[in-house]
Design a protein. Structure first.
Length: 115
């Protein structure tokens, strides 16, 4: 199983970024996919999740209305569109899969929001 995140970087407040997570080694359409983040010095927290068919999503209160999670089962990928970014969104962002055979994490991608 492999999850590879990409798309992180340094961005100014108010701007946007799109994270991608490419998955392999398991049946992607059978897994709930999530994005977590870990700010500096803090615990890892759930940001958003998307159901297997992509129709049901969940967002934390802190990102509701600004972030959008989506998935493409044909491309074995999950995305996180992040708009109106704030300095408090600065964190390492991780992709996670939860499937019938267990869970797996990606290595993370750094997002830094700063002027």
């Amino acid at each position: 199983v492999q999850l590879v995140e990409s798309g992180g970087g340094l961005v100014q407040p108010g701007k946007s970024l799109r994270l991608s997570c490419a998955a392999s080694g398991f049946t992607f359409s059978s897994a709930v996919m999530s994005w977590f983040r870990q700010p500096p010095g803090k615990e890892r927290e759930l940001v958003a999740s998307v159901a297997r068919d992509g129709r049901t999503t969940y967002y934390s209160n802190s990102v509701q209305g600004r972030f959008t999670i989506s998935r493409d089962n044909g491309k074995n990928s999950v995305y996180l569109q992040m708009n109106s970014l704030k300095p408090e969104d600065t964190a390492v962002y991780y992709c996670k899969r939860t499937g019938p055979d267990g869970t797996s994490w990606g290595q993370g991608t750094q997002v830094t929001v700063s002027s």
